[in-house]
Design a protein around this ligand. Structure first.
Ligand SMILES: CCCCCCCC(=O)CC(=O)SCCNC(=O)CCNC(=O)[C@H](O)C(C)(C)COP(=O)(O)OP(=O)(O)OC[C@H]1O[C@@H](n2cnc3c(N)ncnc32)[C@H](O)[C@@H]1OP(=O)(O)O
Ligand SMILES: NC(=O)C1=CN([C@@H]2O[C@H](COP(=O)(O)OP(=O)(O)OC[C@H]3O[C@@H](n4cnc5c(N)ncnc54)[C@H](O)[C@@H]3O)[C@@H](O)[C@H]2O)C=CC1
Length: 309
């Protein structure tokens, strides 16, 4: 359960809640991000409940976590296979799964959401869980683009709500953006910073502005790349090679877009273009719309800008 650095005097009034030491985490959404966050949290000693809508997704997530832990161990414990196996087993023992978020949040210090990038669905989720989770529990979203303030507005714990934005693939990428809204308490923000540190990540503090730091810069780049290709100014392959070899990026922009998921990019752009209809930076792309409509969402569906089967 949670530990507090100060004694709680009168029940759980929000101002009485002090730095929650996060040990028990509920992660909602067992897709690429949720599973990655679960892997890192479990292998750094947290007890994790991973939630998704059906058992098959959860089974796939746990299998993926096991596979990725083996990759980690191959390098970290190259000379100590027994210690490596123990590390894997310990991490896996820290992970349980559920299809019913409401029934598992009772024991959670942190509920972190990594479900589909849709404001209404995120609000409905947190609005429901707000009535079930203990008062001390911190809520956080891994949203790529939605205002944390808007997601939090469906709850009565505005001071205990923040953003924790991870990067894909979570076990490899070192950064976490920690987002405070104008209502996030300093205690909550400190708890989220400490949690990121425990996961072995470097954190940066962000305001609740669209796309925080990284995505506000990355999305315009990706959209400009797609428009460049639509204009016929370069092939996908050449653009990818150019950005990898010319800028030293580990992936070309089309490879990265496929890796992240074209549906997620489209969800983000839909929101931003609706909010900024006159800003050409956020203009829609016909090609992106077409690929998503065809179910070509990138690596996760076997085809996006490139084919993976
Ligand atoms: C796009 C615009 C809009 C975005 C909006 C939504 C998205 C967001 O909100 C925020 C984001 O996440 S943006 C995306 C950020 N991620 C990147 O930029 C990834 C760039 N790519 C890379 O770093 C490498 O290609 C990468 C690390 C992926 C692969 O590297 P390699 O090609 O060298 O492949 P490997 O040799 O297989 O892997 C390198 C090392 O990493 C280990 N590894 C890879 N995946 C892993 C995983 N899932 N779990 C654990 N370990 C993993 C792999 O084992 C290898 O380790 P070493 O053997 O020690 O080097
Ligand atoms: N893909 C990426 O590179 C990054 C994505 N994000 C953000 O993380 C979130 C998740 O993204 P991905 O993992 O890529 O998506 P994904 O599509 O791989 O996984 C989303 C999962 O959420 C589940 N889900 C949907 N609604 C649910 C609900 N009401 N309750 C429980 N589970 C539900 C789905 O079944 C699915 O398994 C999004 O908000 C996205 O913007 C943030 C950083 C990077």
């Amino acid at each position: 359960m949670a530990f507090f650095t100060h004694q709680i005097c009168r029940g759980f009034s929000s101002s009485a809640v002090r730095n929650v030491v996060i040990k028990h985490v509920t992660i909602i959404g067992g897709g690429q991000m949720g599973a990655g966050i679960a892997q890192v949290a479990a292998s750094t000693g947290h007890s994790v409940t991973l939630v998704d809508t059906n058992e098959d997704i959860l089974k796939k997530a746990v299998k993926g976590i096991e596979g990725n832990l083996k990759r980690v161990v191959k390098k970290k414990f190259a000379d100590k296979p027994e210690a490596g196996e123990e590390f894997i087993q310990k991490a896996l023992q820290n992970v349980s799964t559920s299809t019913d978020a409401g029934s598992v949040v009772q024991g959670s210090d942190l509920v972190l959401e990594a479900i589909v990038e849709n404001l209404k669905i995120k609000q409905d989720l947190f609005g429901g869980l707000d009535k079930l989770a203990p008062a001390h529990t911190i809520f956080a979203s891994n949203t790529s683009s939605l205002p944390i303030t808007d997601i939090a507005s469906s709850t009565n714990r505005l001071d205990r709500f923040g953003g924790l934005h991870f990067f894909n693939p979570v076990p490899v990428m070192k950064l976490v953006e920690v987002i405070a809204t104008s209502a996030t308490s300093q205690e909550t923000f400190d708890s989220l910073l400490n949690f990121s540190k425990k996961l072995g990540k470097t954190s940066v503090s962000c305001k609740d502005t669209p796309g925080f730091i990284v995505n506000r810069l990355l999305l315009p780049y990706i959209m400009e790349v797609i428009r460049m290709y639509e204009r016929g100014d370069g092939s996908k392959e050449d653009i990818d090679i150019a950005m990898k070899l010319g800028c030293g990026y580990p992936m070309g922009p089309f490879e990265l877009a496929d890796y992240v998921g074209l549906d997620t990019i489209k969800f983000i752009m839909d929101g931003w273009s609706a909010a900024n209809p006159d800003n050409p930076v956020f203009a829609q792309s016909e090609l992106l719309t077409k690929l998503v409509a065809e179910g070509k969402l990138g690596k996760k569906t076997g085809e996006g800008f490139y084919k993976y089967k």
